[in-house]
Ligand binder design. Structure first.
Ligand code: DOR
Ligand code: ZN
Length: 407
């Protein structure tokens, strides 16, 4: 049995040892006998699950691939990602799903699940969950009058559905020239209306649903108690009033809101009304992000989410317990992933944190930039995936193919 000791995060923080066999936690006790690694006073916290990344395989590997994406996530304390299906080709058939799974399997450094895309037609796929968009931004589009059909289909398949909640009929499809115009073209009302429509349709179906990246306190209020929902670090930390190195770095969908709206969302985050934090890591190259009108929406974030949030824990904005729920416990529980807490029977996935060691965000994505570059943060010093060390003294020591697909 391998043994890791330190100050363990489990119903509070207590000095203890964790026993590991075959990648699982098999014992937690004051003293355990075996091959021991002792982290002394450092905190041993469950590794995080990021339920929303775009690692761009197949088709856009020049922006990111499964090796670079999972390595960036690993270095930030994430040992499981759920990858989105808006690839080239879009993952909307079983064949496309299986080709993608075969392609990425040998490249993943951490565990992963793949979403299947649902258009108006349902295809059975061995995916962890389904994703649909109510906005026509890519091929995976479902019009609001078909959502009921989609909800019934996922309910029948007993899989969760995650929803990009911006209503197509509300979006003004002109060509915004800056972040404020982009925000005006996809107003808060588009999100609020989408959430309202889906909740109404799901009222008598009761499919298991998650609203991705909500940006407005109104949508959060509406979804509370009726669905799972997430917010991203960028909607919490940036507004459309902020200046970026290139204006298009801040171009994302749904858009960054006004500073006033952002502050209100941050209040919800502080006061514990956000169940899940998701990075929506959506990398595009520097060149693609130079010209605002032409630039695709999306920014990288998988490597920054946990380190930025650990820094906010240190600063006292949020408690460690809130962070635990938003990035470990709730995401794992919603998707039925055997991770997200330090308990016997769970995967032995941890991060070791020294809160004294402040660093700055470094761009880690293949796209080569980060809107958070230089921001103060706390990276985990060590990360374990199913009992194997994949980060040691802030350096990646894992390898391609170590990650397993979760279905
Ligand atoms: O900003 C975004 N980028 N929003 C999305 O919904 C898609 C994503 C991407 O794939 O680039
Ligand atoms: Zn996304």
């Amino acid at each position: 049995m391998d043994i890791i000791c330190g100050r363990i995060y489990r119903n509070g923080i207590h000095r203890a040892c964790i026993g590991i066999e075959n990648g699982k936690i098999v014992a937690i006790a004051h003293h355990l006998e075996g091959k021991k690694t002792d982290y002394g006073n450092a905190l041993i916290f469950p590794a995080a699950v990021d339920i929303h990344v775009h690692f761009r395989e197949p088709g856009q590997e020049y922006k990111e691939d499964f090796f670079t994406g999972t390595r960036a996530a690993a270095l930030s304390g994430v040992t499981c990602v759920l990858d989105m299906p808006n690839n080239r080709p879009a993952i909307v058939t079983k064949d496309a799903f299986e080709e993608k799974a075969a392609l990425v399997r040998d490249k993943a450094c951490i565990d992963f699940g793949l979403y299947g895309g649902i258009t108006e037609k349902f295809e059975d796929m061995p995916c962890i969950a389904y994703k649909t968009f109510l906005s026509k931004d890519n091929e995976i589009f479902c019009s609001s009058d078909r959502i009921e059909h989609v909800l019934r289909a996922v309910k029948g398949a007993e899989k969760p559905l995650v929803i990009h909640a911006e209503l197509e009929e509300c979006i003004e499809r002109d060509t915004p020239k800056n972040l404020k115009e982009h925000e005006r073209s996809r107003r808060a009302e588009c999100e609020i209306a989408a959430v309202r429509e889906v909740l109404k349709a799901n009222g008598h179906i009761h499919a298991k649903i998650h609203f991705c990246h909500l940006t407005t306190p109104e949508a959060v209020e509406m979804a509370k108690g009726r669905a799972s929902y997430g917010v991203t670090p960028h909607h919490l930390l940036f507004s459309c009033e902020r200046s970026f190195t290139h204006e298009a770095w801040g171009k994302v969908n749904p858009p960054l809101r006004s500073e006033r709206e952002r502050k209100k969302l941050y209040e919800h985050f502080i006061h514990g009304e956000i169940p899940i934090l998701e990075s929506d890591h959506a990398p595009h190259t520097r060149e693609e992000k130079e010209d605002f009108e032409q630039a695709p929406s999306g920014m990288p974030g998988a490597n920054a989410m946990i380190p930025l949030m650990l820094y906010r824990v240190k600063r006292g904005d949020i408690s460690l317990d809130r962070l635990f729920h938003m990035v470990c416990k709730n995401p794992a529980a919603f998707f039925g992933i055997p991770k997200g807490s330090i308990e016997v029977g769970k995967d032995a996935d941890f991060m070791v944190i020294d809160f004294e060691k402040e660093q700055e965000i470094k761009p880690r994505s293949k796209c080569g930039w980060s809107p958070y570059k230089g921001w103060p943060c706390i990276y985990p010093s060590h990360v374990y995936l199913r009992g194997e060390k994949i980060v040691e003294e802030y350096e990646f020591v894992g390898g391609a193919g170590m990650g397993k697909m979760i279905q």
